[in-house]
Design a protein around this ligand. Structure first.
Ligand code: ADP
Length: 608
């Protein structure tokens, strides 16, 4: 079979997406490969297709236990023999899978990195013919990456210990050069074919909101306005998850929760409820989502800012994996910065030395600063993200809240100069909150302790609203008139002096724009509802899919994605040949499900 035949037969797709073919060709030709593609771009196909074409079994190393189960389930559905080895298996299951693996029953084996050095597993490696090794989430090998996992450093030892070195493919969504170099060095890739695809996800709409009077109120309105949509709401802390989830449930929303404080059993139960579609909204901390492959997540809302754009992009990457329009909304408040700083300072990973910890902390604080700039910028959000990940940027995307808002420019030079002057007057000893108290003339213990209550400038901006002062301060930090130093104190920069001869312009959303935006939101909602030509048929097909999913104890999207159902509702195939032409229908799934879905379509067509 050719690679295109494999793609259609097992996965139901007619063509490769950007980058997939090049990486597959490299692996098939015996060359190591490094694929850097954003979440949802289709990295799995890059190793699953060669696995079906090469002799022997492909070993996929992945840190994500929940992803393994999902992926193996989806592969088995597609007719590909696969299994996984991780700590979630009972001893009996583990040894049963080992025997089958040794007997050559599988084409793909998923394994957690910790298992590689366990004797029973390394014996399989000696007894089976390994076609190649794929390392998923390869950035975990880098100490500079945000998800460093020491067990990843064992991978090259495992590969080196094999009787014959197989081809190695590494895949990640983290693009920075430093991490990329670490992957090549630490996994000892040999002259890899390196491919970086565009980081843009055009179907994602980005929005940021600052200083909302009630974030919970905003979220409730949003969820109510999108009644049949599945979505994730990330909160910064467990207590915020609890509170928001109760508010949503009290208001009749089908929501569940996930955080590290819940028992393993409840986490599993709630995760399944979300994945299987029994609950529509998942309220969670960032403990949720690694390896969640649910393709129909229509929105990801961050009720608080995450600590880096890497984390943010990974989390919002869980929206719209099926390629349909989805919303990514960040609700930001200045207090998020303090919470994140606190969390960053908590790092006490015993596997790291003090100097490693310090270096990682500095990096994380730098990332936090750039994340804050994203949350507060008035420029195109997509452009900001793309440039952050080292891409050329897109200018204006017309699909983010900043591009869709009209701004007016206001001259804030006078206030900005006073703020910079007060940083100097107070001896660069104040963090943002204390400086704001100082310029607003709010007396407090801290100011008294620093002997700043009677300094010139105390109360000099008492007539300006605190939100406005914060916005201007953010702008001064973003544009380099000020910076944050040790203990987050505000400090002067080389540019600070220039403020005396320069004009400082702040872009703010026009008041009437805020009203227009609400209308636009309604229009966007209407557009997404009519994405299918036949919403009634789509709904019937969705019910059929849920029924089959329940009977098979499978998440519905593993049977067919929303995208395939949309195509079904639009194309209305009436026989197997036509059904087989739909994107996402491979021969195994056609055989298994076509009669059930065709019956629904035929009945619908006849009733018209
Ligand atoms: P990643 O691992 O890069 O986050 P996945 O491998 O999970 O992404 O793929 C995301 C989605 O894209 C999956 O639903 C997958 O089936 C789909 N997909 C992958 N390759 C193709 C393709 N060539 N054509 C259509 N859909 C694809």
């Amino acid at each position: 079979m050719t690679k295109l035949e494999v793609l259609k037969k097992y996965f139901g797709y007619d063509s490769f997406r950007e980058g997939q073919e090049e990486l597959i060709d490299a692996i098939l030709s015996g060359r190591d490969a490094l694929g850097i593609m954003p979440t949802g771009a289709g990295k799995s196909i890059c190793y699953q297709v060669p696995a079906m074409m090469l002799d022997g079994v492909a070993v996929v190393i992945s840190p994500l236990i929940s992803l393994m189960k999902d992926q193996v389930g989806a592969l088995n559905q597609a007719g590909i023999p696969a299994c996984y080895f991780n700590s979630s298996l009972s001893q009996h299951e583990y040894f049963e899978a080992l025997e089958l693996a040794k007997a050559g029953q599988y084409k793909i084996i998923y394994v957690a990195p910790e298992r590689l050095e366990i004797d029973s597993f390394s014996r399989i490696a000696e007894e089976c013919e390994i076609s190649f090794v794929a390392v998923d989430e390869a950035h975990c090998v880098s100490q500079w990456g945000q998800d460093f996992r020491p067990s990843y450093l064992k991978i090259h030892r495992f590969i080196g210990g094999l009787p014959k070195r197989p081809v190695v493919g590494a895949f990640t969504a983290t693009a920075t050069k430093r991490v990329r170099d670490d992957i090549i060095t630490d996994l000892k890739l040999t002259n890899p074919k390196t491919l970086v695809t565009g980081f843009d996800r055009p179907n994602l709409y980005f929005e940021t909101r600052q200083s909302l009077p009630s974030r919970a109120g905003f979220i409730l309105d949003y969820v109510k306005a999108h009644p049949n949509s599945s979505g994730i709401i990330y909160c910064i802390s467990r207590s915020k998850v609890e509170k928001l989830c109760s508010t949503l449930c009290d208001n009749g929303i089908s929501a569940t929760r996930y955080h590290a404080g819940l028992s393993q059993e409840e986490r599993r139960h709630n995760q399944d409820a979300f994945i299987y579609g029994d609950k529509l909204v998942m309220v969670a901390t960032n403990a949720f989502g690694m390896g969640i492959d649910k393709s129909d997540v229509r929105f990801v809302i961050h009720n608080g800012m995450p600590k880096s754009l890497e984390a943010y992009y990974q989390e919002v990457g869980r929206a719209g994996r099926d390629g349909l329009k989805s919303d990514c909304i960040l609700l930001y408040a200045a207090s998020d910065v303090r919470t994140n700083r606190f969390l960053i300072n908590q790092n006490d990973n015993p596997e790291l030395s003090q100097s490693e910890k310090d270096k990682i902390k500095d990096k994380e604080l730098e990332r936090l600063k750039l994340m804050t700039f994203y949350a507060t910028t008035t420029d195109c959000l997509r452009d900001y993200i793309l440039k952050y990940f080292g891409e050329p940027g897109c200018g204006r995307c017309s699909n983010c809240s900043n591009c869709l808002s009209e701004y007016e420019e206001i001259d804030v030079t006078a206030v900005a100069r006073k703020l910079v002057a007060c940083v100097a007057v107070t001896g660069q000893k104040c963090g943002q909150m204390i400086l704001l108290d100082f310029v607003r003339g709010v007396p407090g213990e801290k100011l008294k302790m620093l002997h700043l209550n009677d300094k010139k400038g105390f109360g000099c901006l008492k007539d300006v609203k605190p939100e406005k002062l914060r916005e201007i301060l953010d702008h001064l930090l973003r544009t380099g008139y000020l910076k944050t130093g040790e203990f987050y104190k505000l400090e002067l920069t080389e540019r600070s002096h220039d403020i005396l001869s320069e004009t400082v312009i702040l872009k703010v959303t026009k008041e009437q724009e805020k009203r227009k935006e609400r209308t636009r939101r309604r229009d966007r909602k209407a557009a997404s509802v009519t994405a299918t030509e036949n919403p009634d048929l789509f709904e019937l097909l969705r019910q059929k899919r849920s029924e089959l999913a329940r009977a098979e104890k499978m998440p519905p999207y593993i049977i067919f994605s929303d995208k395939t159902l949309h195509d079904m509702a639009t194309e209305q195939p009436l026989n197997e040949n036509e059904f087989m032409r739909l994107s996402g229908v491979g021969s195994r799934k056609c055989e298994k499900y076509s009669s059930e879905f065709l019956a629904v379509i035929r009945k619908f067509v006849l009733s018209k």
